[in-house]
Design a protein around this ligand. Sequence first.
Ligand code: PLP
Length: 491
Amino acid sequence: MSFVPDAPPVPLHGDLAPDDFRRVAHAAVDWIADYLEHPERHPVRSQVAPGDIARALPAAPPTHGESLDAMLADVQQTLLPGITHWNHPGFFAYFANSGAYPGILAELLTAGLNANGMLWITSPAVTELEQVTLDWLRQLMGLSEPWFGEITDTASVSTFYALAAARERIAPSVRTEGMAGRTDLPRLRVYCSEHAHSSIDKAVIALGLGHHNLVKIPADDMLRMRPDALRDAMAADVAQGYRPMAVVPCVGTTSATSVDPVAAVVQIAREFDCWVHVDAAYAGVAAIVPELRYVMDGVDGADSFVVNPHKWLFTPMDCSVLYTRHPDVLKQAFALLPEYLVTRTGSEAVNLMDYGIQLGRRFRALKLWMTLRAYGAEGLAERIRFHCELAREFAGMVHFEGGWELTAPVTLSLVCFRHVPPDMNEEALAAHNARIMERVNARGRVYLSHTKLNGRYTLRLAVGNIRTDREHITLAWQELRDAARAELAGG
Ligand code: PLP
């Protein structure tokens, strides 16, 4: 399929004529609608080998301007094979990032407006829509006022900011003096569950706290952080002269969507005068569903939390939200005002550059705002609830089939499971299940990923894509059983 065969080349000076843009853009929108209407035309996981895409591209830049048509044709012919289709309903790997139409449209408008909300005055609507939309999201999740929110690109960055604020609260001199060679600073420690996401490790490393100062707390048999073990670890550290800085419980762990006991963690953290940052990157939005609101129990007592609308709220990549009860501390950690950024807008105007590393700010709030408006609380809850139902149905299929087992409780929309033929030890089971997964993923109709839980290799089927329906779950199960059968037959 060609986009617009007679589109003119981009001129050497200036931009396209508006009518030429209109023509090409209409064709591109038609292409997107067609693509999303028939995603099954593409293998969900890209099947190219490393280097294939780079080799298919010219090594040198063009000397003369080329037509948009040529570029769009290349997107289709050369780049599309190298795309893994996160918007495909058979995408069950990792956690879904699926973009619904309202957010896709918003991204187009965002690029057209090209607003940069680095300061309030550089686009008041960017800042104020962000604040209003994040307050809507807070209300949707049932959290009490006041929470200050800001949008970042990823949960990894949101968590980095939160831990920077935690450090600022108890060791503000680090901002000016640094940490190296200090004898007046105790060693700061951060605590999270053994199942926490690696973004916590990265934040600790990047903040110069030292990876050894991230203490992994053992979990119970439901894969939740054990409060008794947390208290013991913190008390032992204090006895040895460490200073507990932050605890990071998780609502919806990556491997198993287990939910740490946030209220108990908050209580313990308070005993040690410690910041609590909740990683609810994936599962926080489940609280939009009234009967799942319990997942965020205790979060109102925390100091900050992160939730990612780009994961399970159908907002196109990227959109992560950091909330904190202490914007003043976050600001203390990051604010810096060179003369060229001084404005006379008064204290009521929030300059979001004060709350993180970045100066420039994309208009990400628009896509979240449009998504929330398009679905409303009921529409969002209905989709999230449906995903949890599908996960339970899939778990039922696994549970009732001989030779398969569930490897973790199904708390939300993730199923952890594996094939367990008789007479295979752990090592053989891991290799066998890895081969099953590769067979399924190579066929390209569905895409799964894996993890390890308590040393056991585990397949993961994560439901979270806006376009996933019952038939895709059935298909995934059929593909898995076929692959297992073929593996055992050695075919
Ligand atoms: N926290 C949890 C629980 C996650 O599952 C993930 C990613 O899946 C992250 C953090 C990191 O998310 P991001 O890619 O937005 O940095």
